[in-house]
Design a protein. Sequence first.
Length: 118
Amino acid sequence: MKTMKTTTLTGQMAVSKTEAGMDYIQVLPDNPRVGIVKPFSGSGRGQLLENGTFDFVRKRRIRRKPVLKQLHSTVSFGADGTDRYTFCLPSEQRGEFARLLKREATVAAKFMNNRDEA
């Protein structure tokens, strides 16, 4: 992991337990100022040691752009080497599910077969 910029804050860390028994951790800087760090919201891995040291590494979310977009479905290739076919249908169209899935999956299958042959 390459560190581009490190910002050091002084202050307190509050560790609480939620009603569900989960740890809730807050970092409370002594001199809070807007712009000290870039805000983010994301998932990752946090480690709280018995001596109070806390590390957090944010997990990168890799999004792949679809290579085929249809009205209700997309085909994309994942970073993990998997091909994904996603079909999303509004609940108002549930009665047409089988027909639409068959039509769009057939187009996606032909697209993938033609891609393999190229």
